[in-house]
Design a protein around this ligand. Structure first.
Ligand SMILES: [Zn+2]
Length: 549
């Protein structure tokens, strides 16, 4: 890939490091203490290895006391903030229920703000998935709509997937959205704008990225040219566009993929039949994939009449996210150096935008089933870091229902925005409100979200991040989204500092940018000793820094 000049390459990174700096040391000290406690538990419980419960204290200790991660599986619920998880849990399992994602022993929160294109030193409090994805994929903040390029200066930012490839790992990128949508795109492409999905989408927003203009091409072209081993999701429409220059000029991106050694499949049966040995491109929908649940959208002037969602709505030719995850792992796990896999449930966000609670819940369940599949693999392969998080907050909120005790007599309550009431697994009702935008017709009357061309918005809140496995203590406390990149890079023994430089064509490069990966588990006593010494050093350095003011 073309280098885009040297300019102010590191400035966005310095910006976020300055912002988050003061809280980093207390977080680290907290991590050290947690790790020390966990390592001590490991030493005490090392004989008790038969426990497989993901939520047990034994798995906390395994997480903290282990060495490097051979594999990383990152699960992203797009737009999945605390509200979206709680809404889905209440509906599907009941308030006291436990999702697979709830069993991960290491849990914290992270901030997700982006930065302003015209002034990258200033935060933009409400981010989009392109900027948030760039943050966790590259360790650097950028402005909304950018895909792994810097705000203002348009330089390429090296991604965690590219670094994992350089370490010899296999890689996979899985989404229920278009494979060219922002979240999968940030791992294997670098473009100015997220809408530059296929070679015919480039003129308006990314003309300098066009292959005909010497650039790396659209998101679809770059994902194939990156040689990602497993690509599963939607976006047949983007991949069937015609390439405008280079060795595959005149071919579609699908034909280019086949020339570059991909098997291309279009339905669940063909995906299941795929065997290790060639790269796999699965395109299961023209655009985004279909959804697990359906129901009535939220409405303005809500009457609290409850509904129950229709389940099992996904057409059988489209695989569920859990099946895609299991197949991806099966195809990747043969590499003795390990793998990096990203799995996104994308339409939590998309249905949140258009105030469809059933569809939003179904896609959260879709993600959790995939997490369960990932945890099953990790239970048998504990050298696997598993991370589950969202990318930004979203609009939906749980508000009082008439069946609860919130509406005392005489309480005036005018439900804002649009709302829907659902029958939950607890045998009661839950009301969900969507009120980050108001839609009006030409007469000034409020119209309902799904009929509107506009949509509810993301929000700027911090959100949950949870993990288990080697390096998972990196998610504890309050961190920033950019630190997820560090957590994954450190766990895989990758040289994170390489992320600040512009990326070259990863599939062509032979130089491995890695530091030694311990690749296995240290004995518990060794880990405990290392953790204790590390904690001492950090405590001393903290005092020195404080003395310096
Ligand atoms: Zn969104």
């Amino acid at each position: 890939m073309e280098e885009k000049g040297d300019g102010m390459r590191s400035s966005p990174r310095q910006t976020w490091r300055m912002v988050k700096g003061p809280r980093r040391l207390p977080v680290l000290v907290a991590i050290i203490f947690a790790a020390a406690v966990a390592a001590a538990i490991t030493a005490a419980q090392s004989a008790d290895a038969q426990s497989t419960s993901a939520g047990s204290s034994a798995s906390v200790s395994a997480a903290a006391a282990s060495g490097g991660a051979k594999n990383v599986i990152l699960f992203i619920g797009d737009g999945m903030g605390d509200s979206e998880i709680t809404i889905a849990r209440n509906y599907h399992l009941g308030a006291a229920g436990e999702f697979a994602m709830d069993t991960l022993p290491m849990s914290g929160a992270y901030t997700t703000y982006s930065v302003q294109e015209d002034d990258p030193a200033t935060p933009d409090y409400v981010p989009d998935s392109a900027a948030t994805g760039t943050a966790w994929a590259t360790g650097s903040k950028t402005s909304n709509n950018r895909v792994s390029t810097t705000a203002g200066t348009d330089e390429d930012l090296r991604t965690i997937l590219e670094l994992a490839q350089r370490s010899g790992r296999s890689t996979g990128n899985v989404s229920t959205a278009e494979l060219t949508d922002a979240t999968p795109a940030v791992l294997d492409s670098h473009v100015t704008h997220r809408d530059c999905k296929g070679p015919e989408d480039m003129d308006e927003l990314c003309s300098q990225d066009k292959k005909a203009n010497g650039g790396p091409g659209s998101i679809a072209e770059q994902s194939v040219d990156h040689g990602v081993d497993v690509l599963l999701g939607g976006a047949r429409g983007s991949f069937e566009q015609t390439i405008d220059a280079g060795p595959d000029e005149g071919k579609t991106v699908v034909e280019s993929a086949e020339r570059q050694g991909y098997e291309v499949v279009y339905d669940a049966d063909a995906m299941e039949a795929a065997r290790p040995g060639s790269k796999l491109l699965g395109l299961f929908a023209e655009e985004n994939m279909d959804l697990l649940y359906s129901g009535e959208p939220a409405k303005a002037n809500h009457d609290f009449k409850p509904q129950t969602c229709k389940e099992d709505q996904l057409p059988p030719e489209q695989p569920e996210l859990a099946s895609m995850t299991t197949k991806a792992i099966e195809l990747l796990e043969g590499n003795e150096r390990g793998f990096f896999l990203q799995v996104e449930s994308a339409s939590i966000d998309k249905e949140d935008h258009i105030s469809n609670p059933c569809e939003q819940i179904g896609e959260t369940v879709n993600l959790d089933n995939a997490v369960a599949a990932g945890l099953e693999y990790a239970a048998a392969n504990p050298d696997t870091l598993v991370v589950v998080t969202g990318d930004h907050g979203h609009t939906s909120q749980i508000i009082p229902s008439p069946q609860g005790g919130y509406f005392d007599e005489g309480y005036e309550y005018d439900v804002p925005g649009e709302a829907a009431t659902l029958n939950t697994a607890d045998g009661t009702t839950m009301t969900v409100s969507y009120a980050t935008n108001t839609f009006r017709d030409e007469n000034g009357e409020i119209i309902e979200g799904e009929d509107s061309e506009d949509s509810h918005t993301h929000t700027g809140t911090q959100i949950r991040i949870a993990a288990q496995g080697p390096g998972s203590e990196g998610v504890l406390g309050l961190t920033d989204q950019t630190e997820l990149f560090d957590t994954m890079a450190i766990s895989m023994g990758l040289d994170a500092s390489a992320s600040a430089s512009a990326s070259a064509s990863t599939s062509a490069s032979a130089s491995a940018s890695t530091v030694p990966n311990t690749g296995g588990f240290a004995p518990a006593w060794l880990a405990a000793l290392a953790v204790a010494l590390g904690g001492l050093v950090l405590l001393v350095s903290r005092r020195v820094l404080r003395a310096d003011g």
